[in-house]
Design a protein around this ligand. Structure first.
Ligand code: SF4
Length: 335
């Protein structure tokens, strides 16, 4: 829903301002699927809204699920499509949101990167992914958000920031900053800008190698945003915000799991006590890269323990339905 369009419409029709809050509460809760369902709004107004103000900007084309995860293919108004994922494996229902159709970053291990970049999502299209899940889950609702879906969130900066305001606002989705995480491929200028915001939103950087040459092969963004500068920017972030900074590391067999790579990784993470490592066994996509073996992963964990590195090993929920990190892609961008 476009909030500005709604508020302009209400103003132009001299509707009292409390109706805006009422409509937004109805909408974001997921309790209603159309203006007509808003029983606390006068019938005439509901009909006018139905005709003149778009309700939800995304529509579900497909929904698949496994035990802890659901993945929805959502169609946009221009017939492009995106994917969004629901994770249900702890106290909170978590939505993984997309910010772009495709992605301009082109990481070699990522299905979205292979699609190329089509366009940025609008604020409504970002926020409405949560509304879609809230409608499906009602009376349950999304309590945590991760920006780890299709696209590089910081490459759609303005719409990301505006959507965060709605996600955070008590009259909208009312999700606390500490329950929101943004994952970036490592755009240094944007990380610096984010640092200056002094936000309580969690930040994660996709590291994937602490070796500049390896990292640039996996993530072309490292050619223009090199590791030494990224490290400087990361230190500025933790020193300024005093918040933990998460580094994502997809374990790829014979690429970034060799003894030399792991030693470099340990050295990198130990540069600051607020640096935290998230290890993720690589999720399979069509690339010829594969995950480190279970044995190698346990050896790496032992090494990290021995070196007192703060880390966690993520479970691969959602991989059976291609809903895990790096697996999101729509086969045809237009439906
Ligand atoms: S991993 Fe993230 S940044 Fe890299 S191509 Fe995929 S969606 Fe884009």
């Amino acid at each position: 829903m476009n909030q500005k369009q709604l508020s302009d419409f209400l103003q132009a029709n001299n509707v009292p301002s409390y109706r805006l809050t009422q409509i937004l509460k109805n909408y974001y809760s997921g309790r209603v699927k159309s203006y007509q369902d808003m029983s606390d709004i006068p019938k005439d107004l509901r009909s006018q809204l139905q005709d003149q103000v778009e309700f939800i900007s995304v529509s579900a084309q497909n929904l698949i699920e496994d035990k802890h995860t659901k993945k929805a293919l959502l169609k946009l108004s221009d017939d492009h499509s995106i994917e969004t994922v629901l994770m249900d494996y702890d106290q909170w229902l978590t939505a993984c949101l997309s910010t772009q159709v495709g992605c301009p970053i082109g990481c070699t291990f990522c299905a979205t990167g292979k699609m190329g970049f089509i366009r940025n999502l609008s604020v409504d299209e970002i926020v409405d992914q949560i509304v879609y899940w809230n409608q499906l889950l009602y009376p349950k609702y999304i309590g945590r958000i991760v920006f780890m879906g299709m696209g590089e969130p910081f490459a759609n900066w303005d719409n990301l920031i505006s959507s965060l305001e709605i996600i955070n606002h008590k009259n909208a989705l009312d999700i606390g900053a500490r329950k929101i995480s943004i994952s970036t491929s490592g755009i240094i200028s944007a990380i610096d800008k984010f640092t200056q915001m002094n936000s309580n939103i969690n930040l994660a950087i996709s590291l994937h190698s602490a070796n500049q040459v390896t990292r640039a092969k996996l993530m072309p963004i490292a050619l223009t945003n090199p590791l030494d500068k990224l490290l400087e920017s990361a230190k500025k972030y933790v020193n300024h915000t005093h918040r933990q900074l998460f580094f994502e590391y997809a374990l790829i067999s014979q690429v970034n799991d060799t003894p030399e790579e792991i030693n470099q990784l340990i050295k990198f993470i130990k540069q600051h006590h607020l640096f935290y490592l998230n290890l993720i066994p690589l999720n399979q996509t069509s690339s010829n890269l594969s995950s480190s073996s279970t044995d190698r992963i346990s050896q790496i964990c032992q090494l990290l323990d021995k070196n007192h590195v703060q880390y966690s090993l993520r479970r691969n929920f959602g991989s059976s339905i291609s809903a895990a990190c790096g697996q999101l892609a729509t086969k045809n961008t237009k439906l």
